[in-house]
Design a protein around this ligand. Sequence first.
Ligand code: GTP
Length: 283
Amino acid sequence: MTFTPAIQWYPGHIAKAERQLKEQLKNVDVVFEVLDARIPLSSQHPQVKEWINTKPRLLLLNRMDMIPSDLYTPWQKWFESQGERVYFTNAKAGKGVKEIIKAAKQFGEGVNERRRDRGMMPRPVRAVVIGLPNVGKSALINRLVGKKAVKSARRAGVTRQLQWVRLSDDIELLDAPGVIPWRLENQGDAVRLAICEDIGEASYDNHRVAAALVDLLQELDFSEVLSSRYGLEVGANTGEEYLYTLAHQRYQGDLERVAVLFLNDFRKGVLGAIPLEFPPYVD
Ligand SMILES: Nc1nc2c(ncn2[C@@H]2O[C@H](COP(=O)(O)OP(=O)(O)OP(=O)(O)O)[C@@H](O)[C@H]2O)c(=O)[nH]1
């Protein structure tokens, strides 16, 4: 038996967020798009390319600490095969940040060459960090700026107003990240985004999302992390049955409590570095 999490989205908010994002994109030369390294495919928005148009974009696979390091090269190769450049970051610890600044400078040189060709004065390259809610945009901006300029929190949706920050003589950054709203037509993506908490104004049943995570861990051959953490094998159980049994064995049948505990364990990395997506096979 499979369960479809009841994920709801609010169209008015999505339209407003899209307008704000497009406005931010209009003002910059380079775009840093933050993806979740655990789900690099689901955390991409299909329309971003169209919105950015010809502007250079760097894909940042953030939360690199939450996947095994032997996946870095395969992902890099896969994205290269798609014509994309990716960088791995751990925005919390500040890993991979210098490389991004270097790459932005290179793009800036290109921008200024084109300006010079048109008889215009060179100026610092303007950049913006964009991504789905809670993927680590603010943490990354803090690292790029080098001080706690932007509030970063574990809860989705804390990002505030727009301002430029000078990173160096060559780079200016919008201190407010661009939040990408997600129209979730694809329920598979929706479930993975909900599991990783990379969602904004959405609501869902914790126990259904948690059950889907159990199913996914089993499908991806990670079910032993469950038995070692909770002392209960998944065996032939569905995710829903597993959580139900766990709730009755340990938590007086409190399914919601088990679901929240389990989702938090996954989201905080307590269960280990567990990727939920792998690079697709290419010939
Ligand atoms: N383990 C780990 N945690 C991270 C990383 N980057 C960010 N985080 C954590 O993820 C959570 C969300 O980070 P934020 O920077 O607030 O995310 P955001 O994308 O700005 O979120 P919104 O403002 O809601 O759009 C925080 O608890 C961060 O500490 C990372 O690379 N690794």
